[in-house]
Design a protein around this ligand. Structure first.
Ligand code: FMN
Length: 355
């Protein structure tokens, strides 16, 4: 059964969220969490997010427990030791024993907590019974939570959705996860059928929040500090998790953290800083992964290189740059062009068609 976690009295109160764990307690000092994002939230991306958000809980990309067992994807877990600040490891699978083994490995590598993915809509994963597939099998979902919670000392949390095709069972589903021993839930306000379409239903998250004793983190459509404050107000949640809004905006989690703490919000980086970040991320990815790093860097460069004259052409060229050196040269050229193209040393204001 669940160990009741000590809940803060208000979502923006001074105390952090206490998660007792099973011997190793954790306290989240920051009410905004960075989503696990497959193909995006790798170590290098997290290092950028961390620059603006030193205390926030960040997550690995989702890691398949069976793959770990077979020796694949181990780097995603083993490299945690290289990073500062709290990092949760998110695992997915439909096999309780494999999940428990993976959780033990992640804990040994330094995971701040273990999160279980029960929301991924990808067909291949859900069909096997992992990710959102577990919403259709609450008995198995509960067994996975119990088995993982018994295997590690750190807290075990679950990230899920409102339901499979409608949200009518959201409350009983989330209460089942709580009863199985999840110490915190992150609830994405969409069903599996919705995927990423439509608006996230913050009212449905509020209804679940009212029935749980464990902390609830609201997720879906939070893209600015104002969204985060509005979401906390609407849902009464204990925190917010931000996903797509951080793609090309590694500063967003830090901005939201500051807003929730009532502190000054750092300015959004302008074009010159974004180009420098794109170059830094490209170089770090290539240093870590060789030429494959360029393929991963492409999407990040595409997200970061916006908001200045010539940005569309630059993105077009970056997507076709054959080598990391070519991509880097394009970024440097664009950076030099920013200053030359203005009359006062500042980038010129642009129309939306130029973005
Ligand atoms: C590219 C991409 C990758 C994602 N990968 C994961 C993942 O690995 N694990 C997970 O629980 N959710 C994953 N998600 C879902 C997000 O974490 C988040 O729940 C969803 O995008 C809604 O939040 P948002 O509106 O802030 O983006 C992913 C979403 C996207 C767009």
């Amino acid at each position: 059964m669940a160990q009741a976690s000590q809940q803060a009295s208000s979502a923006t109160g001074p105390r952090g969220l206490q998660l007792l764990g099973n011997g190793t307690a954790r306290e989240l000092g920051c009410r905004v969490l960075q989503s696990p994002l497959a193909g995006v939230s790798d170590r290098i991306f997290r290092q950028l997010v961390r620059r603006w958000a030193p205390e926030a809980l960040l997550f690995t990309e989702m890691v398949n427990a069976t793959s770990l067992e077979l020796g694949h994807g181990t780097q995603k877990v083993d490299e945690l030791a290289l990073e500062a600040g709290p990092i949760g490891v998110q695992l997915f699978d439909h096999r309780p024993a494999a999940m428990a083994d993976a959780a033990r490995r992640a804990e040994a590598a330094g995971a701040y907590l273990i999160d279980i993915n029960m929301g991924c809509p990808v067909k291949k994963i859900a069909k096997k019974g992992g990710g959102s597939g577990l919403i259709k099998d609450p008995d198995l979902a509960a067994r996975i939570v119990e088995t993982v919670a018994a295997a590690v000392q750190v807290p075990v949390t679950v990230k899920t959705r409102l339901g499979w095709c409608d949200g009518s069972d959201a409350i009983s589903w989330c209460r089942r996860l709580e009863a199985a021993g999840a110490q915190l839930l992150t609830l994405h306000g969409r069903t599996r059928e919705q995927g990423f379409k439509g608006r996230a239903d913050w009212d449905a998250i509020a209804a679940v929040k009212r029935t749980l004793r464990i902390p609830l983190v609201a997720n879906g459509d939070i893209n600015t500090p104002a969204d985060a404050l509005a979401c906390l107000e609407t849902t009464g949640a204990d925190g917010v998790m931000v996903g797509r809004g951080t793609m090309g905006a590694p500063w967003l989690v830090g901005q939201i953290a500051a807003a929730l703490a009532g502190e000054p919000v750092a300015p959004t980086p302008g074009p010159a800083e974004r180009l420098a970040l794109a170059a830094e991320q490209l170089q770090a990815l290539v240093a870590a992964k060789g030429d494959h790093g360029l393929l991963i860097a492409r999407k990040h460069m595409g997200w970061l290189c916006t908001g200045f004259t010539g940005a569309p052409q630059l993105r077009h060229n970056l997507m076709r740059a054959p080598t990391p050196a070519d991509a880097l040269a394009l970024l440097e050229e664009a950076s030099a062009g920013l200053v030359q193209g203005s009359t006062d040393g500042q980038p010129r204001r642009i129309s939306s068609s130029e973005k």
